[in-house]
Design a binder for this molecule. Sequence first.
Ligand code: PEP
Ligand code: MN
Length: 265
Amino acid sequence: FRYGEASEVVVPTPNGDVYFGEHHPIVVTAGPCSVENEAMIVETAKRVKVAGAKFLRGGAYKPRTSPYAFQGYGESALDLLAAAREATGLGIITELMDAADLPAVARVADVIQIGARNMQNFALLKKVGAQDKPVLLKRGMSATIDEWLMAAEYLLAAGNPNVILCERGIRTFDSKYARNTLDLSVIPVLRSLTHLPIMIDPSHGTGKSEYVAPMALAAIAAGTDALMIEVHPNPAKALSDGPQSLTFDKFDRLVQEMSVLGKVV
Ligand code: PEP
Ligand code: MN
């Protein structure tokens, strides 16, 4: 496996190595909240690739608040992600919730996502830290920065140096207008505390598609290394997180706007 310089994470993908870090262009990750069927995931992969994304995101295992909500299509969704990877060469980022699914997820994922709700699942972190796929560690919705960095330390201590930190919004006293409070102050703070690359997720951070572009641009202005944006061919029909998902056209426009502020590809 190829290890990067201390301040970067290098992720091999079929389209080539992608570098995450402050001395590299901004890496855009995009795709639906959930993998719903082959046509939608392959179409989304093709569209976000043309727009400039280097990674396709998409959930196979979904951490839903309600047990009655759509839980993701599991292993069959992993096969669809593999098909999208094959069709486009994009790297795949997908969430692992249960260590029992690690072999199946690691077969398809170029980066394994640990979601906000599992940020302090230390048993899971130890297992993911002991394998060599890079890890995207989302900030827990009520985690302090120190708690988040200690969770990252679990991965590093277990032997995996390839960790990317993802801010996805935290719980504050006001959640009336935005789903979460996207804490962009983590960008300069983390820069002063750690060498690990920083990703911002304005989709979960705001919960509303209208707020995604302004916060994505703000994240670039503040110096983020990467962005994660939920994109869906038909957000109104999405099985999860439709209200915060961008259409292909809105995503295209956003990447163009991003490129004015920072080097995106
Ligand atoms: C997701 O990325 O779809 C997701 C569930 O994220 P989070 O863990 O940040 O809620
Ligand atoms: Mn989602």
